[in-house]
Design a protein around this ligand. Structure first.
Ligand code: GRF
Length: 204
């Protein structure tokens, strides 16, 4: 599958994906001058910054994304720090081949600042979730989750670092499983081909 990664920030997950050997054909950022774009450049991956303010509305913005994806023949899309809600036509076009990473054990802590909110609540366990994207907000069918502990004396920085490490380990592996067709979306449910894959119901 030809993958694109949609970014908007530091790009640490983009780097983990690239370092795992997954071939990324295009990187799109919703912000200019972010480290994620420089990472794409370093790895020789074509990249584009598409800024929402340059488009009249969300539909026009997503149409521009869709056009870029088409230009590069993209077949599957991974969101990694892309902090924009996508509209239905784009979600529909890539349904089952559009994945998102979220830094919480969904359905807990959807939305922004999930790590900081969990830390503030003094939860002992949080974690990361990878899910297929649907029309809801951080609500799509869950592919895989990995729990991450908060330790007694953690600072928010230490807790965040542990969370990001879990993301960097899990996301490339999930993308590889989707890429190989070992995990698919069928009638809105995640199906694992357990004969071929190391999966056991979302634990990887
Ligand atoms: C990650 O924590 C991811 O879970 C969230 O945005 C962050 C992106 O970080 N959706 P990075 O840009 O990959 O470093």
């Amino acid at each position: 599958m030809k993958w694109a990664v949609l970014v908007g920030g530091t790009g640490s997950n983009l780097r983990a994906i690239l370092e795992s050997g997954i071939k990324v054909h295009l990187v799109i950022s919703h912000r200019a001058d972010v480290p994620a774009l420089r990472i794409a450049q370093t790895y020789g991956v074509p990249s584009r910054a598409l800024l929402p303010r340059d488009f009249v509305d969300r539909a026009a913005y997503d149409a521009a994304i869709a056009n870029s994806l088409e230009d590069f023949g993209v077949e599957a899309v991974a969101l990694a720090g892309f902090l924009r809600w996508l509209t239905s036509p784009l979600i529909d076009r890539y349904r089952g081949a559009l994945v998102n990473l979220h830094p919480s054990l969904l359905p807990a802590y959807p939305g922004l600042h999930a790590i900081e909110r969990a830390f503030r609540d003094r939860v002992w366990w949080s974690g990361v979730t990878i899910h297929f994207v649907d029309e809801g907000h951080d609500s799509g069918p869950i592919i895989a989750q990995r729990p991450v502990p908060r330790f007694m004396n953690d600072t928010v920085e230490e807790f965040s670092e542990r969370m990001h490490l879990a993301e960097h380990q899990l996301y490339p592996r999930v993308i590889q499983e989707v890429d190989r067709g070992r995990v698919t979306l069928v009638d809105g449910r995640v199906c694992y081909n357990e004969e071929e894959s190391p999966w056991m119901h979302g634990h990887l």
